[in-house]
Design a protein around this ligand. Sequence first.
Ligand SMILES: [Zn+2]
Length: 91
Amino acid sequence: MTAPTFIVERGPDGCASFVCPQCGKTSRHGVGNGHRASHCSCWPDGYNIETPNGDDGAAAFEAYEKGTLRELRLRAQGFRPTAKKPEGDAA
Ligand SMILES: [Zn+2]
């Protein structure tokens, strides 16, 4: 049995997702194209994932990680990005 190839989409974090044509389950995989172990029980030999444009997601993943790390650093410094208090009503 040969492993089938599925065309996947990549999200903003570079991760790939596709819907299994057999069971309808959505599977997510990380950066890189090529052979993967199956996340459902339909493909005992696994399958290959490919993007239409050959994008392996690495650049998107790196940018996403940097953005996440930057936000974590800002939070550690006391920033609360979503906390907005009205100004000018201090006691
Ligand atoms: Zn399946």
